[in-house]
Design a protein around this ligand. Structure first.
Ligand code: SAM
Ligand code: SF4
Ligand code: F3S
Length: 442
């Protein structure tokens, strides 16, 4: 029997995509995937450090795996991803968790095969984390998550240095993939039957600035929109500061780019936005939202929000609630500010007490939930194009899919509809999902 591997992925879609590449390399080495940790010959934890909660969860998992390693000393246990890329973390894991065999970072995942060989020959913990990013490595093998959607990384790293955020330190500077490489990959995916692609980057609006000749995200979208047999193009994440008129125009006139705008605002007060180094004001953000809605009235808009940033006053928080009520987002990911060591915000005075942070997040969530529910209520009776993603995991009677505006819709239907676009009438609405009935197939 072939040797088996298991990868646990934490964090964002960038990590999900990296895990697909790690899986691809393991396949080429003759390993097969398994969900059974007891049968695994290799276990990799692809980690995230954006907030302490994520890190604590991972440290807990590393501890749990000690027992497995004692039972099976041949097991190779590897830790990679953003967490190991932080100063001293790799060394700390080596010291405190000697049962870990391999520690590597975000910049050298392409080295996995040789790192595994080193573990086998050196028989001591291999720690190899690159300080800086190397060139982009194209054509790595990849084993994608099965389904109708595929992740395509278009750029790596981030140059924005929002003062709360660890990502630029662990993912390095912005590097764009060549347009020809991205177009080729998306064309291949469409040929393999993927109906939707999600273009990935921490700030996709910066795409192409570092290429020679320079290009931009809007031009990339124009090229991708021409690809046959592809139904939908999404992207994540776009920065409100760089979302220009050209991009809105390209999206409005395209066939495939979905009318969903995930525009993380983070806060509503200008003082806080300034200290976060976000590069826009509440007013310019509201102006952007207006422009999008004027040009694309069916657009859905979602966001990310942080409460309790250092120095956030009651008035600042009231500005965030006011922004929520003005924009009326379809959905929001809400976070409590978490101090990340090495970031400028961690050194700022006036850290907000936990009790206040808790009160604010509860208020924020309740205001947003009400808005999400009210927005969804207006969907009742509407007709939407749904891309069927498959049978709902915990309810084999129902299929699930998404509208172009990224709303989750549950419906009854033949599982063979997976991967097809169907026309659906919305029959019920809730805060988190809609129910619908099929009225027409492809
Ligand atoms: N590049 C994306 C952007 O700028 O919108 C976001 C990437 S980050 C992985 C996802 C979200 O995590 C951010 O939008 C922010 O709301 C949140 N986040 C990042 N650092 C945080 C921190 N130190 N504490 C709490 N939330 C944080
Ligand atoms: Fe972090 Fe800001 Fe970069 Fe997003 S844009 S990854 S929040 S530094
Ligand atoms: Fe986490 Fe790294 Fe993504 S820190 S959110 S996995 S870029």
């Amino acid at each position: 029997m072939n040797k088996q591997y298991h990868i646990m992925t934490f964090g964002c879609q960038m990590n999900e995509r990296d895990s697909e590449l790690l899986a691809g390399m393991l396949h080429e080495m003759g390993y097969e995937p398994t969900d059974d940790l007891n049968k695994s010959d290799i276990i990799l934890l692809n980690t995230c450090c954006v907030r302490e909660t994520a890190e604590n969860k991972i440290l807990g998992r590393i501890g749990d795996l000690k027992a497995l390693k004692s039972k099976n000393p041949e097991l190779i246990l590897g830790i990679c991803g953003c967490m190991t890329q932080q100063a001293e973390t790799g060394e700390n894991i080596r010291k405190r968790a000697p049962h870990v065999d391999l520690i590597f970072g975000t910049h050298n995942i392409h080295q996995l095969p040789e790192l595994i060989n080193r573990v086998k020959t050196e028989r001591k913990t291999v720690l190899d984390v690159w300080d800086t990013e190397g060139d982009i490595v194209e054509n790595l093998p990849s084993k994608r998550i099965e389904g109708v959607k595929a992740f395509v990384t278009i750029m790596y790293g981030c140059n924005n240095f929002c003062t709360y955020c660890i990502v630029p330190y662990v993912r390095g500077r912005e590097r764009s993939r060549n347009t020809a490489d991205v177009v080729r990959e998306v064309r291949e995916l469409a040929g393999q039957g993927y109906k939707e692609v999600m273009l990935l980057g921490q700030n996709v609006n910066s795409y192409g600035k570092d290429l020679d000749p320079k290009t931009d995200f809007a031009d990339l979208l124009v090229e991708l929109d021409k690809i046959d047999n592809l139904s939908r193009i999404r992207y994540m994440t776009s920065h409100p500061r760089d979302f220009n008129d050209k991009l809105i125009e390209v999206i409005a006139s395209s066939q495939k780019i979905c009318e969903h705008f995930h525009l993380p605002v983070q806060a509503g007060g200008n003082n806080v936005l300034k200290r976060m180094n976000r590069g826009y004001t509440k007013e310019s953000y509201l102006e952007l939202v207006k422009k999008i809605r004027d040009r694309i009235p069916s657009a859905s808009i979602t966001t990310d929000l942080i409460v309790g940033f250092p120095g956030e006053t009651d008035d600042d928080f009231a500005e965030t609630i006011d922004l929520l009520e003005k924009v009326r987002f379809d959905a929001a990911f809400t976070f409590v500010y978490n101090k990340r060591s090495g970031t400028p915000a961690a050194q700022m005075e006036d850290q907000v007490p936990n009790k206040v942070k808790k009160e604010r997040i509860q208020k924020l969530i309740s205001v947003q939930n009400k808005i999400s529910q009210e927005n969804n209520l207006t969907e009742g009776g509407k007709i939407h194009e749904i891309l069927v993603e498959g049978v709902k995991k915990d309810d084999p009677e129902r299929l699930e899919g998404r509208t172009r505006t990224n709303k989750l819709v549950l419906l009854k239907g033949d599982p063979a509809l997976k991967g097809q676009i169907v026309k659906v009438r919305i029959t019920e609405t809730g805060t988190w999902h809609l129910d619908g009935e099929i009225i027409d197939k492809d």
